[in-house]
Design a protein around this ligand. Sequence first.
Ligand SMILES: *Cc1c(COP(=O)(O)O)cnc(C)c1O
Length: 231
Amino acid sequence: MIRENILKVKKLISSACSKTNQEPNLIMVVVVSKGRPIEQIKEVIEAGIMDIGENRVQEALSKYNKLITHNSKLQTIKWHMVGHLQTNKAKEAVRIFDLIHSVDSLRLASEIDKQAAKINKVQDILVEVNTSGEATKFGLQPKEVMGVLKEAEKFKNISIKGLMTVAPMVDNPEKTRTYFKALRELRDEINNLQPAACSLQLLSMGMSDDFEVAIEEGSNMVRLGRAIFEG
Ligand SMILES: *Cc1c(COP(=O)(O)O)cnc(C)c1O
């Protein structure tokens, strides 16, 4: 089932891309495997997707330890932290994650920088933005982002690759469009103010219910759980 679901998702990504003249191969699919067993993650890897997302450090660590020792193919998995990260978990997070999507404060960025320095790593991160302003959502307010990026320039052990957002739950995916558009416009605005060398490339936006709209609005990294495991 997982293999079929991946094929189905790839087709939907292609048709979303064709509407806006984008190249489907440039859309990264992160399969979010929170709450799913190791066996299912192996199926995802067998089907050719190497980007795995988790939303809790403890669960990720346990899966990482089980998978990493298994065989060399599994060692090439790229691990993504997509959930809220507490500052006191930064130390463990930098040990396993290739990309942390959910950096939502200068304090967290600073702690990630400090912990990454200890292991001589430059940690790739995204800045999470609360594009809907919902009180229940994590993320910086859009107007805070530029200031945080400026301050974060002094951190030598983080590399900010782009922005991430989680759209509100809505009855019709069309209603998420405005939030995705807002994130893309914010990214473009920031890039216009910065030297090209530090431009933000990644836009992590779109989940199972709304990834097609997100791609139409410029997403290049979708985070999919149910569309892959439940279809
Ligand atoms: C769970 C989760 C996803 C995947 O959600 P689905 O709706 O199952 O695709 C994506 N992003 C984040 C931050 C998540 O917590």
